[in-house]
Ligand binder design. Sequence first.
Ligand SMILES: Cc1cc2nc3c(=O)[nH]c(=O)nc-3n(C[C@H](O)[C@H](O)[C@H](O)COP(=O)(O)OP(=O)(O)OC[C@H]3O[C@@H](n4cnc5c(N)ncnc54)[C@H](O)[C@@H]3O)c2cc1C
Length: 475
Amino acid sequence: MAKSQRIIFVDSPEEVNWDIEVEILVVGAGGCGLVAALAAAQRGAAVLIVEKEKEAGGNTSLSQAMVPAAGTRMQQAAGTKDSVRLMTADILKKNKNGSDPELTARIAAESAPLIEWLKDSMGIQLELVSDFLYPGHSVHRIHANRSRKGKNLVNNLLDAVSRFENIDIAYNAPAVRLVARKSDSAVLGAEIQIEGTGTNLARAGKVILALNGFGANRDMLKEHIPEMSSAYYFGHEGNTGEGILWGKDLGAQLQCMGAYQSHGSVAHPHGTLLTWAVISLGGYQVNLLGRRFVNEFHGYSEHALDVLAQKEGVAVEIFDERIYRQVRDYEDIQQCDRMGAIKKFDSIAALARGFNLPVEALQETHRQYQLAAAGDQTDRFGRKEFGRPLEPPLYGVKVTGALFHTQGGLKVDANARVLDQNNRPIPNLYAGGGTAAGFSGKSGPSGYLSANGLMAALILGKIAGEQAAAAVQTH
Ligand SMILES: Cc1cc2nc3c(=O)[nH]c(=O)nc-3n(C[C@H](O)[C@H](O)[C@H](O)COP(=O)(O)OP(=O)(O)OC[C@H]3O[C@@H](n4cnc5c(N)ncnc54)[C@H](O)[C@@H]3O)c2cc1C
């Protein structure tokens, strides 16, 4: 038995003293892992989920539970015309053809079945978000729970998990190494540090890597995404990238390692998210000179770099009562409110004084913005979507740009199997969510289409669970 830092290579499984034996081992209890476990268990497989932290959720808990899907019953009921082809085209347009077109189409094709399976088989209702259109989506296709809280989605998934006797979850149980056969890199199981029982070797028929990407690993960020390596990281601290490194050591292809999702609207210094709906509904941003600096509507992910390029890496986001009323029930807005991040003013001059911005410069910026929003002049930054001109009282929030999650990882095929350098599946190894290469372009923040994250997590998770279960049953 040869132990490397990340892989234990063995000649055969018989030479290992296994502590645990299971059909399917899922590493990570975020959206991808929980869905993978449910899909596999529904097909009768015995599943063990190991989670590094003391509770499930990861980034999925921090999300707004927004999941894109084309052709759902909810869309049909709302009269929204959508198709797999249109969703595929939107993803490929945003990522500039930076994801495999066949895999992208497969994910789009599995999107409506995912939403309906969640409802029909797991009792988890997601509704169509139709109050605003996220940039880059041609039609309303984002589905979310009513609270828009990832935490509730995770709780609902955990409720579903608790109804399956053939799923076990171990918390405070990080997988620290994979066990693989020397001759062909076939994955045989993993070494897991389970709190209270120490090191355990778990033999598994199939292993599903659902432990997200490397947003919390500064060294990997420096190597692959240097422009974000010192930015505020808004994601889950458990996402330290080891799943990708295990795959790499087994000869997997890594793809899109420079791609990521960031956000240009995180309240500063509070560290709470200011929903992008504020911009979609007509808000705008100025820098500390009281000047706008870009078309804010071009996309919240790429907007982070624009904000970080401003003086002190911050901006002030400005909106009005109409917008505030539309978003005030959102959990993240309530959090911003509780933290005192949202400030209210009678006039633009008062807002300027409140944030120490040059009054005259901001008044002029506001005047120009209002003219463009009223359709009386063309916006000098090319923005076309405004909602309506803003009316006092006005609201302001100081914001900065932050990294949310990485989008590069292990190349997988249409069955979520991890592929080696010759595009052959590494035996017994599956990946989804942030551990797999995403659909957000080869590098940078601009290829991220809203909700690409949960799309990859939940859809690849479901595919991985189904395929792994089918494969263990065949054997
Ligand atoms: C604030 C925020 C809002 C977002 N909103 C949305 C949204 O609305 N829609 C959308 O599509 N995307 C959104 N995203 C992105 C989305 O949350 C992620 O893409 C998605 O949740 C990834 O799911 P996952 O299952 O791959 O990873 P996670 O949900 O992060 O789960 C990974 C789990 O693996 C565990 N783990 C890590 N290492 C180990 C190990 N060695 N052993 C065992 N367990 C391990 C982690 O602790 C974690 O619990 C958002 C992200 C953030 C930060």
